[in-house]
Design a binder for this molecule. Sequence first.
Ligand code: KIV
Ligand code: NA
Length: 270
Amino acid sequence: MNLAQLHEMAAAGEKIVMLTSYDSTFAKLSEEAGVDILLVGDSLGMVLQGAENTLNVSMHHMTYHTKSVSAGALNTFIMADMSLGSYEHDNEAAYKNAEWLIKSGAHMVKFEGGGSKVKTARYLVERGIPVCAHLGFTPQSVNQLGGYKIQGKTDESAAQIMQDAIAMSEAGVGFILLEMVPAALAKKITETIKTPTIGIGAGVDCSGQVLVVQDLLGIYTGPASKKPSEFKSPRFVRNFLKDTNSVQSAVEAYVKAVKDKTFPALEHSY
Ligand code: KIV
Ligand code: NA
């Protein structure tokens, strides 16, 4: 599966299924279950390292896990996150770090934000590195955003996200990921731009969906510093293991639910 084929799929109205992956066992299993894109997300800071957020993830961590995923899934498109601090300062450094992910087995890199990041996206795309722009709630800015909150609720912030999505699309990014935005806004963005969108907490009308694999399995109970009983999973999460009897069939159920548009339902959307 390559980017052109994924774009054809989106153009034909088939939903794109993305799932996070951090190791070769889950990567192979997810490939077998029919996942279209594996995301080596910096969510690994939370789900693997037990941290409260993604701020302390490094490029060493990202490239280590990208190599592991790439070793397990030989036929699946792999997207990898650029860690906090690896792309914001100057474009040459961003290129070097993106190159490191590509050499570790990623087919596309993802980084957070619009605005000044549009130039970075264009810089990488012009040099042959496919980019996914992550807009809406951007976890690396959690301290600026004041917590895990839905974005684009006011007319002004919705217009800003739309504007960033258009600018990123014009810069040539391959996908736009929308996290925690109202379903109506995600729908409008998806209809406005040619670039396919991938949603998490962004409603059913995006071109595709992504989930963190630990959330899909219902096994993430918050950071190591919190008791499981103190943790409430976000609205957009659905436990797919509950109604199946194996990890493999839970991932298959997720793939099917995204493809037939039964996930996300209204109860998972804003
Ligand atoms: O790091 C990650 O897993 C992500 C997804 C939640 C979109 O960026
Ligand atoms: Na991420």
